[in-house]
Design a protein around this ligand. Structure first.
Ligand code: FES
Length: 90
C-alpha cells in the first residue's frame, strides 16, 4: 500500500505501526530534538518516550510507534525550531 515519507513515495503493510514500518525500511532518524538538535528515532516502541514523534497528515507529534499505517498517509520528520537564543533561556 502506498504512503509518503517527506514527500517521497513508499510502500508498506497496512495496520503495522508507522515507526516499525520505517525502521524495517532502514529509517533510523524520525526527527530532531527541539533543544539539542540531536537525532530522534524509535526507542521504547510502546508509546512512553515520545522519541518517535512525526507529523502525520499534517498533525504534529504523532507517536510513530503507536499509529497504524494507512493508505496514502503523509508522514514527515519533524525538524527542530530555529536555534534558541539567550533571550529564550529560562
Ligand atoms: S518509540 Fe517511544 S513513544 Fe514511540
Amino acid at each position: 500500500m502506498r504512503f509518503w515519507l517527506d514527500g517521497i513515495e513508499r510502500r508498506g503493510p497496512a495496520g503495522v505501526p508507522v515507526g516499525f514500518v520505517l525502521f524495517a525500511q532502514g529509517e533510523r532518524v524520525l526527527g530532531w530534538n527541539e533543544v539539542t538538535g540531536a537525532a530522534r528515532g524509535l526507542y521504547c516502541g510502546i508509546g512512553h518516550c515520545f522519541e518517535c514523534r512525526v507529523t502525520i497528515d499534517g498533525i504534529r507529534d504523532q507517536r510513530a510507534c503507536l499509529v497504524p499505517l494507512t493508505a496514502e498517509m503523509r508522514i514527515s520528520r519533524q525538524t527542530p525550531p530555529l536555534p534558541l537564543t539567550f533571550e529564550d533561556a529560562p
